[in-house]
Write a protein that binds this ligand. Structure first.
Ligand SMILES: [Zn+2]
Length: 278
């Protein structure tokens, strides 16, 4: 009986650990029509032990490739190095005239730099906000043209979508971006293709789930307090719906992380690679 009991406890422990991992890495996004479960499968679909032996991304220097190789898992960056007490705040789906402006004001008041992952369509509508982000010292990257699930596009559609977005960002900011945050964090089966297209895939390890209707500021604070570690990449949204909760909670979040001794950096600073190749 004892043996069976111990085996049962061991199995239960393993399954609890696996559940924990899923919770940490689950991917949620405001425009998602699927549940977190389906998204997480997208994220975890492509395990490949042979990855990262070859420099797939033609735009990276050898030194950048070596740096990323140490931190990427399945071709994806989820966080930065854990040796330094630094974090990167990231904002997806913008720019948005109302919420991006408010967030930029808060970041300026606190003298903090963040990273914005932009929707090409929104860049086309509000290019001045993208220019402002760059002028104020923030980093920018692509979040695709209109938030489609990238693995569902044909290779040609994928190429066109990313190219169009990159060109629109360049037009607005003068920058040739390297970073891509795929909508929903979904990259199943296309990780190598994205690298060959010249992108560094940047996901996150702390999901505030700030996009979810009814999400309270306290819930956002709690998840950040609980999950943030040295090197964390924290996911917020500055567009795609009412982002009042995000805006209202941001000063408090900054204050709390500062008091814990965290320094705020952009994703390129966190990873010690360039955000742009021009
Ligand atoms: Zn998004």
């Amino acid at each position: 009986m004892g043996k069976f009991f111990r085996a049962g406890v061991a199995l239960l422990t393993i399954s609890l650990l696996m559940t924990g991992c899923r919770i940490i890495h689950k991917s949620e996004d405001p425009m998602s029509k699927k549940g977190p479960q389906a998204e997480e499968q997208q994220q975890f679909g492509a395990g490949n032990s042979q990855e990262q032996k070859v420099k797939l991304n033609p735009l990276l220097t050898q030194a950048e490739f070596e740096k990323l190789k140490k931190i990427e898992r399945r071709h994806i960056v989820f966080n930065g190095p854990k040796q330094k007490k630094r974090v990167a705040l990231t904002f997806d789906d913008g720019p948005d005239p109302r919420f991006t402006t408010q967030i930029l004001n808060i970041l300026r008041e606190n003298n903090i730099k963040a990273t914005f992952f932009l929707i090409g369509k929104n860049v086309q509508r509000f290019p001045h906000l993208v220019k402002q982000e760059v002028d104020e010292g923030h980093a920018i990257g692509s979040h695709s043209w209109e938030h489609k699930e990238l693995p569902k596009l044909t290779p040609q559609q994928l190429h066109e979508d990313l190219k169009k977005t990159k060109e629109e960002i360049k037009k607005a900011s003068g920058k040739d971006i390297l970073f891509l945050r795929p909508p929903y964090g979904a990259t199943k089966g296309i990780e190598e293709k994205l690298k060959k297209e010249g992108y560094v895939i940047i996901n996150w390890d702390v999901d505030t789930v700030d996009w979810k209707p009814g999400r309270t500021p306290q819930q956002i604070v709690d998840v950040i307090q609980k999950e943030t570690q040295p090197g964390s990449i924290i996911l917020f949204h500055d567009a795609g719906g009412n982002r009042s909760a995000t805006v209202s909670v941001l000063p408090q979040v900054i204050q709390q992380l500062k008091s814990k001794g965290f320094e705020f950096v952009t994703v390129d600073q966190l990873l010690e690679v360039r955000a742009y190749h021009n």
